[in-house]
Design a protein around this ligand. Structure first.
Ligand SMILES: *Cc1c(COP(=O)(O)O)cnc(C)c1O
Length: 452
């Protein structure tokens, strides 16, 4: 008998609450600090940038938060997403491991990011904030927020990291199609951008710079909010629809997970996928491994410090305690643009510090090699970001083979790569290079960590 391949839920099985990991952590992340005074900040300090609905979610200690009906209605456009057994990949690796992937690439823009873009636009709309500013790396987040703003009738202004703006014109056009305005960052529209351009006119940009620009633009406009696609607690909260669906699908498949793997840029897809399993890990499955995979060129967990740092380059954001390479660090232009962030979500960092989450780092050519194997066997071209999770799954499946043990490996395929073909072209024509671990640059950025 052939093995079952796809595990599908129905619309009425979309979770109706988001899962809050905070009550499950022994040491939740300490309070954010004001960038000027260094004192803990309260909800009012964040009000110029975010609507109160999201600020309250940022600080809540409640174990669950209800998902509004209007948000569920939009989720239904693409949720629930499938869980798929990667049988052909298993065969190609000749592994006793069973490999499954949760596929978030079925959303309208091809990634997990609309899971938070939709509620963020919604809560802003409720409070009359009709303009949203944001940054985007590869364009996944920008297109997600552009889609959500189009749905709720809001204006969307996007600062796109310059290297990606040129590498990935397709995403820019998609954002424009939703009605958003997009400019390359650093731009001359903000003080932050002008400052960077004055120092380095050829700056490839980074998420840290683009965040400074989008935050500045929102802070100067009372009708605007800033919107962040990762890192913050409310973003991770929204992404937990992924892991909660997965719990139901695993029950349906009758399997117990041994290893859950996700790629990490700011940490939101990994956390949304893996955090709902933390109660299980703590209660009865201490051997369950939650593995975060990052690029070797931007190794915030594996090489960073766990310290208070700014979320952006210029130092406009609150100070957050997180694994960081230093906010002055501008990662090399690896093709997984969505993973080029100097730090890690405070909640993921706290889970690492508590020993609940482990991390691995890989170079981009080995990551693309794993992606090509996945494409040939399973038929989907993964996003370069998601390919880090594919690589992590391949490594674990080969280890299981070496050890002669069957393991159940599940990874989050956070998005497809059909807008990233220029990256694959570079790989296929042998032009993709690995960046040596940028030791000197990171040491210089770490030396400038704020003294708290
Ligand atoms: C943005 C993005 C990521 C990285 O962001 P996280 O917050 O770490 O999830 C990963 N995969 C895809 C497809 C993305 O678009």
């Amino acid at each position: 008998m052939s093995e079952r391949r796809r595990f599908l839920l129905t619309e009425d099985q979309i979770p109706t609450t988001w899962f809050n990991v905070k009550p499950h952590l022994d040491v939740p992340p300490p309070a954010p600090l004001h960038p000027g005074t260094g004192q803990p900040i309260g909800p009012d300090d964040l009000a110029p940038l975010f609507p109160m609905g999201l600020i309250l979610q940022e600080v809540t200690q409640e174990p669950t938060v209800d998902i509004p009906g209007d948000v569920l209605d939009v989720y239904k456009i693409w949720r629930p997403t499938p869980l798929v057994r990667a049988i052909n990949l298993e065969k190609a690796l000749d592994t006793p491991a069973r490999i499954y992937y949760k596929y978030e690439g079925t959303s309208p823009v091809g990634s997990h990011k609309p899971n938070t873009a939709v509620p963020q636009a919604y809560y802003n709309k409720l409070e009359g904030r009709l303009r949203l500013t944001t940054e985007t790396g590869a364009g996944q987040w920008g297109s997600s927020l552009a889609m959500a703003c189009a749905h709720f009738g809001q204006t969307c202004d996007v600062w796109m990291v310059k290297v990606s703006y040129h590498q990935k014109p397709g995403r820019r056009v998609l954002m424009n199609s939703f009605g958003a305005s997009v400019r390359p960052s650093p731009s001359d529209e903000t003080e932050a951008g002008r400052k960077v351009l004055a120092m380095d006119p050829d700056s490839p940009g980074s998420l840290g710079i683009a965040i400074s620009e989008a935050v500045e633009a929102a802070a100067k406009d009372p009708g605007a909010s800033y919107s962040l696609g990762s890192v913050l607690d409310h973003v991770i909260l929204h992404q937990t629809v992924v892991g909660q669906e997965l719990e139901q699908q695993l029950a349906m498949a009758g399997v117990e997970p041994d290893i859950l793997i996700g790629c990490v840029g700011g940490g939101s897809n990994f956390a949304g996928f893996a955090f709902p399993f933390i109660p299980l890990k703590k209660k009865s499955r201490p051997d369950l491994r939650l593995v975060a995979v990052e690029p070797a060129a931007c190794p915030s967990i594996t090489k960073g410090a766990y310290a208070y740092d700014f979320g952006d380059l210029v130092g406009l954001t609150p100070l957050l305690k997180m694994h960081t390479l230093g906010s002055q660090y501008v990662p090399p232009p690896v093709h997984a643009g969505g993973l080029r962030y100097h730090a890690m979500a405070p909640l993921v960092s706290a889970a690492v510090a508590e020993g609940l989450v482990e991390a691995q780092a890989y170079h981009q050519t080995e990551v693309f090699e794993a992606a090509m194997l996945f494409t040939k066997t399973e038929g989907i071209l993964p996003a370069p970001e998601s390919s880090h999770a594919v690589k992590g799954a391949v490594v674990e499946a080969l280890r299981a083979k070496e050890e002669g043990r069957s393991k159940t490996i599940i990874f989050n395929l956070s998005g497809h790569g059909y807008f990233d073909t220029s990256s694959y072209e570079a790989y296929l024509s042998g032009k993709l290079e690995d960046y040596a671990y940028p030791e000197a640059e990171i040491a210089a950025a770490m030396a400038q960590l704020p003294q708290v």
